[in-house]
Design a protein around this ligand. Sequence first.
Ligand code: FAD
Length: 322
Amino acid sequence: MKVSEILSSTRHPYPSLEIVPPLRGITKTELLESIAPFMEFSPKYINVTSHRDEYEFVQQEDGSFKKRMVRNRISETTVCSAIMDRYQIETVPHLICGGSTSDEIESKLDNLEFLGINNIVALRGDSITGEKRFTPTPGGYRYASELVEGIRKYQGSASYRRSHKIDNSDDNPRYFCIGVGAYPEKHFEAANIETDIINLKKKVDAGADYIITQMFFDNNVYYDFVKKCREAGITIPIIPGLKPLSTARQVSLLPESFSLNIPFELTEAIRKAADNKAEIYRIGTEWCTMQCKDLLSHGVPAVHFYTMGKSDNIVSILKQCF
Ligand code: FAD
């Protein structure tokens, strides 16, 4: 079932769970066991993030450099396939512009369709090690809006229609339901939130079906953002994204990595907990539970959790909220 259909047909809000593909060396059994605790909540689908292969240059004896691929993670498609096989639930792989030409993206789409996956989250991706800013692959996409447009065009193309025996009268088949990302505290490259929302609207106009937000720790930031989006003419569902803070280090790491604010009240509580790791974990979980309950009381359709492969705190939040 498509996420858009779930969103429009579900009477009760539901948790949406995002996992990161395992590092090389982790077995399929280990991965499936790590998400087993979530199954108690009958998730409607699991999101699986996408990561670029990176390269390093190794100096040879003759002084020349050889390019070597550093592949760290199992592909999102493989992980999705394993989850669907084991748990018989829908998966939502993320698809990024970075590292692929438009042809390679089409090939990925064919592979997903082959597996029966008809949901994706379309993203630009970030710069890789050594790049100051995101650099599109030659023949690839610069922005997520171009990726969304490319996906929709591909499915309307003559070759796609021919291979799928689609009648010409069907002007643009929408096999894939497409989610896109958004930033309630603005994307770090955007000059201001208004410009970022104009760019978000380009993704919606290109054919996105729903939006998932970056994590935030103050719900007012999300409510203001949704209001601004609605004023800008964005009408599709906007699923809030949450992540429970779990270590003291994240107080500096998360703002640095995701360009977001953490409220003083929360950072103070964590500072006072000093070296008490269990207490910090409890504070982070409690804060996220409070955020989730408040979002649900405001009628959000779903809450997206960035699980980062950890389940204890998420399970505790789900038990209290869903
Ligand atoms: P875009 O929508 O392309 O926006 C990027 C920047 O360009 C923004 O500043 C925007 O304002 C600007 N912009 C957009 N269009 C235009 C235009 N036409 N002209 C000028 N400026 C423009 N990263 C991964 O690598 N893998 C993942 O699986 C992954 N999952 C994510 C899931 C969610 C829900 C979110 C919110 C983020 C995720 N990310 C992931 C991170 C994401 O790839 C980065 O934040 C990236 O920097 C931006 O991606 P985007 O799709 O939002 O980009």
